[in-house]
Write a protein of this length. Sequence first.
Length: 181
Amino acid sequence: MSKIDKFSSLLLTGEKKTLVDETSEVNAKIYIKAKDSLEVVNVDHKLIGEKQGNKKCDFVVLGVNTNKTHMIELKGANIDAAFKQISSTIDYFYDDLELNKYVKLRETLDAYIASPERQRVPDIHSKDEKELVKKLAVRSKCKPADIFKLVHFVKVVKKQKRAVINGRQVIISGQAPLELD
């Protein structure tokens, strides 16, 4: 049994799941749907405990058949810390001999920062965001022309009939989840 098995669950094609940050005071969550089978790994306070230092992102979603890794951080209003948390998680995985295959030479390694209702895409790329997108791009085989498109800002609303993608912002709801493969 691998380290990941204890803290992961399988999501089959077409299945939906709500990912919740139980330590958040705002009950941050994201709704996902598997376009292809996914392994959903609960990272923060589970796979990577508090003893390992810096805060980590909440979930890592692995494409079972696609060689894709999606880093997911759930936030309240303050999204600035998310860049460092995701970056720190990538470093942790990269330095671990058993886990590095999930962040090394992936077809796509990208990040989703989700928050309820008031999520906005920053107008100016911060130093931390720039460092994160460089790290994601280096470890992705398929790089978009604009590497900043490897970071997605997910606005989670109560009512939305279909997911809407507007640049780097994705607007979703329980009825219209974020589709990953």
